[in-house]
Design a protein around this ligand. Structure first.
Ligand SMILES: O=C(O)C(=O)C[C@]1(C(=O)O)C=C[C@@H](O)C=C1
Length: 98
């Protein structure tokens, strides 16, 4: 590959990554907003914040998607765990404020 081609490829790929990162971060914000709604339902239904069966479902779905896309399963699961942790933390904060 020529140096000029490589530089173009790097620049274009990084621009794409910037756009994807923005989308990911906006989706994470959207996901977190849903957790703030869910806590209201959980309070009304007298449910715990932690739902291990639901988390298991998410883990299984993540494993499947990781395998289909040949991405490291463990790493993808770690990302999803961070997202569920973020939501549980948000829900706990709302509960404490009540
Ligand atoms: O589905 C719920 O009950 C949620 O509160 C959302 C969520 C998640 O982030 O996906 C968070 C905590 C639960 O343990 C399970 C799932």
């Amino acid at each position: 590959m020529k140096k000029s081609e490589a530089m173009k490829l790097l620049k274009e790929s990084r621009e794409k990554i910037d756009l994807i990162d923005e989308k990911i971060l906006n989706l994470i914000s959207e996901r977190t907003s849903l957790a703030r709604k869910i806590i209201k339902a959980k309070i009304a239904l007298n449910m715990d914040i932690w739902d291990p069966a639901r988390e298991k479902q998410i883990e299984e779905k993540t494993r499947k998607i990781a395998r289909e896309n040949k991405i490291d399963e463990g790493k993808l699961i770690k990302i999803m765990r961070i997202l569920t942790e973020l939501n549980k933390m948000e829900q706990e904060q709302i509960l404490r404020r009540k």
